[in-house]
Design a binder for this molecule. Structure first.
Ligand SMILES: CC(C)(COP(=O)(O)OP(=O)(O)OC[C@H]1O[C@@H](n2cnc3c(N)ncnc32)[C@H](O)[C@@H]1OP(=O)(O)O)[C@@H](O)C(=O)NCCC(=O)NCCS
Length: 177
């Protein structure tokens, strides 16, 4: 379990599937995700598969005080050869938006990847219009690597994505300064 001031991350279990389905199928939440609409059956099958996959860790985000799930976060494409991984996160409970939870969780993912997994690079993609996520990345010291033009077809249009990254040496400098 990974703990912070207000939340903790634990590995996603079958009991969490209905939460993930509810959040992803909420149009306000899905608008800034790269997800299609999902079903409970498909999500259970997905979870059975990814639970055995050593190249990823799929977490549920819980409120430390109430134990209630508020979102999910994943470290994927764990690449030991090149010592890097991709992260994404979703604060699914909209009551928790705009209160610093996204920032807190992203910080936890950084600690997990750099300190616990000992990898050298973290990167993440988001839609160019996802101003909140861009703000979080900038605030935490990520570097914008570039903009991928008309990269994904979603909601009837080709959309641009941006890719942000951080290196372990940058992370260590930030936490030690
Ligand atoms: C994107 C998401 C993670 C943000 O989480 P959050 O908990 O609301 O974000 P935080 O409160 O930690 O920080 C948001 C920052 O964006 C800023 N912000 C909000 N709206 C903004 C806007 N329109 N333009 C610029 N900055 C904005 C906030 O001021 C805040 O910065 P601050 O703390 O310096 O004031 C959350 O809304 C979410 O999960 N959305 C659905 C899924 C998603 O988009 N996931 C990311 C894809 S990888």
């Amino acid at each position: 379990m990974i703990k912070s001031d207000r939340v903790y991350l634990r590995l996603m279990e079958r009991k969490d599937v209905p939460y993930k389905v509810k959040w992803v199928n909420d149009p306000d939440v899905r608008r800034t995700l790269f997800f299609q609409e999902i079903s409970e059956l498909g999500t259970e099958q997905w979870l059975n598969k990814v639970a055995l996959d050593s190249t990823r860790k799929d977490f549920i985000i819980c409120d430390l005080e109430t134990d209630n799930p508020i979102g999910f976060a994943s470290v994927v494409k764990i690449d030991l050869m090149n010592s890097k991984a991709e992260t994404y996160l979703c604060i699914g409970d909209k009551e928790y938006w705009g209160k610093g939870y996204g920032t807190e969780v992203k910080r936890m993912l950084l600690r997990y990847v750099f300190i616990e997994l000992g990898l050298n690079k973290v990167y993440s993609y988001n839609w160019v219009e996802n101003k909140r996520m861009i703000e979080i990345n900038k605030k935490l010291g990520f570097t914008l690597e570039g903009q991928l033009r008309k990269d994904i077809f979603a909601n009837g249009e080709y959309k641009d994505r941006v890719i942000f990254s951080m290196l372990k040496e940058e992370y260590l400098k930030l936490i030690n300064d």
